[in-house]
Write a protein that binds this ligand. Structure first.
Ligand code: NI
Length: 201
């Protein structure tokens, strides 16, 4: 073996070992986490304790067993909230056969001062018979909103104490284990939403 060939073999060996080391370090990071279907999904959805529209205390376990479409809003909202909830109800209704029974629409109020159990109960029944309405104390609502990265704040109207709620308006799709799968903006149509659900059911 000539010295030049030996040198080449040594360098070649070092490069190969270096490459293997880099692969060993970085490859695990590229493996998809089987628990998360979407990158960053761990950040959306977490434990909560709230009261449902029948007055029962519920936790995030209310999401188990069915796909859930979760929307945070308030019953006094004049436009975006009712439009989105109607889209959700319609998307579930146009699913073929009994598939709609596998999807649970959930409305969580950001205005617990005005949205009592009674208010929420009549509100959700306007949209869909299987819609769950959730309210709670201000603190419970804040924690639930934080768990879903929902921004909201009271915005006064005039000076007689009236107010509206400024809030982010994403609709969240969670799987049967209560884990985040997808989200939709306020312009989502019932056709798009229904098509996404059909992919899963
Ligand atoms: Ni709204």
């Amino acid at each position: 073996m000539t010295p030049a060939l030996a040198k080449r073999l040594i360098i070649g060996g070092m490069v190969a070992i270096g490459t293997l080391l880099i692969l060993a370090i970085y490859l695990p990071a590229f493996r998809p986490d089987p628990n998360n279907t979407v990158e960053g999904s761990a950040a959306i959805g977490d434990a909560f304790t709230l009261t449902d529209h029948t007055g029962a205390e519920v936790t995030e376990q209310v999401l188990l067993g069915r796909y859930s479409l979760i929307y945070f809003g308030f019953t006094y909202c004049p436009d975006i909230c009712p439009m989105t909830l109607q889209t959700v109800a319609d998307a579930i209704e146009i699913l073929p056969g009994q598939k709609g029974e596998s999807v649970q629409p959930v409305f969580i109020t950001l205005d617990p001062k005005r949205d009592t159990v009674e208010t929420i109960s009549s509100y959700v029944s306007n949209f869909h018979s299987s819609m769950v309405g959730l309210t709670g104390t201000q603190d419970q609502v804040q924690k639930a909103a934080d768990a879903y990265r929902v921004f909201f704040r009271e915005a006064p109207i005039g000076d007689d104490g009236d107010y509206t709620i400024d809030h982010s308006g994403f609709l969240y799709l969670m799987n049967r284990s209560g884990r985040y799968i997808d989200h939709f903006g306020k312009d989502v149509t019932m056709e798009d939403l229904s098509a996404r659900l059909r992919e899963l059911l």
